[in-house]
Design a protein around this ligand. Structure first.
Ligand SMILES: Cc1cc2nc3c(=O)[nH]c(=O)nc-3n(C[C@H](O)[C@H](O)[C@H](O)COP(=O)(O)OP(=O)(O)OC[C@H]3O[C@@H](n4cnc5c(N)ncnc54)[C@H](O)[C@@H]3O)c2cc1C
Length: 438
């Protein structure tokens, strides 16, 4: 019986949902065949981008490219196929004293997705993007040839592919460097900030910390605009850990993971519930500053604790709006953005603020610019596109841009920044939308 590969596909925001051809293969011959038989192809990893970046007329799923190739335990260098998840890498390497040099806020993304979006973590100011630690990768290009790309070989393709959102070819495998850790724990400080001035000051004072991130209550107004909690952290040394953890420092205890069993009705998440959540989150910490040790999962991946949490936004889905504003304009721009969100009443209970450091100029397709980046979730509803338009106008006024890995409706002047990615073979729905609207 002939298999039908046309299916409903959507990414993490459940918006948009499309019906397209999607196929997974694990042999080079079959992948090459897929490329020669189809145009408008894009690779898809684990679909953890929020919008339409890994959707296309013909989607090549890397789910079957899931094998480890080598692990050099002396130098902490790992080589694996592109569909391997960061969570699978951590399962193998943490107990051997290695951690990802850069990780986003979920471990359920693939290595291919990490390179194609050139993901950033809480350590952008200190350790850059994922690409800073990539040594090489194998890329299948338009005609099915496989190129070995690194800083020395096929350098044009190497740099265009980093942050290139899958538009330069299919990454088949990659080799990259991990960092040494003595324990699986983080020494964490959580500091409350009453407003934007205070949180900006805290970011400046925390530059010497490896990891910095703030949760921000985006519904506050007036003097309390920017009320937030800064979380800063360092990988803990064994001798720092309390005795109960120091015994087995590279192992963490895991409890059962709850799952959101179905899409919640749209009315559950509204302005009132977001306000309530924000109040509880802020007041749960009653001291100005708390210091403790937490395992790496609680520090880096708090959202991964609940499976399928994206269903709380209901069937119509949600978007994540992530922008960056250059540092010199950051304070004023961010104030305007937060004011606009509070006035819109379209609150986001997951609002994350970070301060990016300088970006590697060679990685010209990477999203980060030195400055403040804010990421917020918004439920899809009738008012959303006008809010996005208002926010886009502010981001543009202050010289910022939008993260392609999160975008599904921003204006092209803020998203059309990729260079050297114009292949007629590799075309995503996102890229088509941006080009057609430019
Ligand atoms: C809860 C959550 C938190 C997040 N936090 C962060 C964060 O802190 N920082 C950050 O940078 N991002 C963050 N993200 C976004 C996420 O890290 C990126 O979207 C990532 O690219 C998703 O990887 P994926 O494997 O799911 O790829 P997909 O979502 O399937 O694809 C993402 C892009 O990569 C391309 N791609 C995937 N695999 C390949 C391949 N083998 N070859 C060529 N191109 C490929 C696709 O074409 C697409 O353009 C977060 C996402 C979630 C859901």
């Amino acid at each position: 019986m002939k298999q039908n590969f046309v299916k409903k596909v959507t990414n993490w925001g459940n918006f948009p949902v499309v019906t397209k051809k999607i196929k997974a293969e694990d042999s080079l011959t079959k992948i090459k065949e897929f490329l020669s038989e189809n145009n408008e192809v894009i690779a898809r990893g684990n679909g953890r981008c929020y919008g339409d970046a890994s959707l296309a007329e013909n989607i090549f799923s890397t789910k079957r490219l899931n094998k480890f190739i080598a692990f050099d335990r002396i130098n902490g260098i790992i080589e694996c196929e592109s569909g391997v998840l960061l969570s699978e890498i951590l399962e193998v390497t943490v107990k051997q004293g290695y951690f990802l040099s850069v990780t986003p806020g979920t471990k359920y993304i693939t290595v291919g997705g990490a390179i194609a979006s050139d993901v950033h973590g809480k350590n952008h100011h200190s350790e850059g993007c994922f690409s800073e630690h990539v040594l090489s990768f194998q890329l299948m290009v338009e005609n099915g040839d496989v190129l070995h790309c690194s800083k020395e070989e096929n350098t044009d393709r190497f740099w265009a592919t980093i942050g290139g959102m899958g538009l330069t070819g299919i990454i088949l495998s990659a080799k990259f460097k991990l960092k040494n850790i003595e324990t699986a724990y983080i020494r964490q400080e959580r500091i409350k900030a009453e407003n934007l001035d205070e949180i900006f000051k805290l970011f400046d004072e925390s530059e010497g910390w490896t990891y910095n991130v703030a949760w921000i209550d985006c519904l506050q107004r007036g003097k309390s605009i920017g009320r937030s909690i800064l979380m800063r952290g360092e990988h803990a040394f064994r001798q720092q850990l309390p005795a109960s953890l120091a015994e087995n420092p590279l192992h963490i205890k895991r409890s059962a993971q709850p799952t959101v069993p179905f899409f919640l009705p749209g009315f559950v998440l509204n302005n009132l519930t977001v306000k309530l959540f924000n109040l509880l989150y802020f007041t749960k910490q009653n001291k100005k500053k708390v210091e403790n040790y937490v395992d790496y999962e609680s520090f880096f991946y708090p959202l991964d604790i609940v499976n399928e949490w994206n269903r709380i936004y209901g069937k119509s889905g949600f978007i994540q709006y992530q922008m960056v504003i250059p540092k010199e304009n950051g304070r004023e721009g961010m104030q305007k953005i937060l004011k606009t969100i509070a006035n819109s009443g379209n609150g986001s209970f997951l609002a994350v603020l970070k301060l990016f450091g300088k970006n590697n100029p060679e990685a010209y397709n990477s999203f980060p610019l030195e400055g403040y980046t804010l990421a917020l979730d918004f439920k899809v509803n009738a008012k959303l596109s006008s809010l996005v338009k208002e926010l886009d106008d502010i981001v543009e006024e202050y010289g910022g841009r939008i993260y392609l890995s999160k975008d599904s409706m921003s204006k092209p002047s803020l998203t059309n920044y990729l260079k050297n990615v114009n292949s007629p073979k590799f075309v995503s729905l996102q890229h088509k939308r941006i080009i057609n609207n430019s």
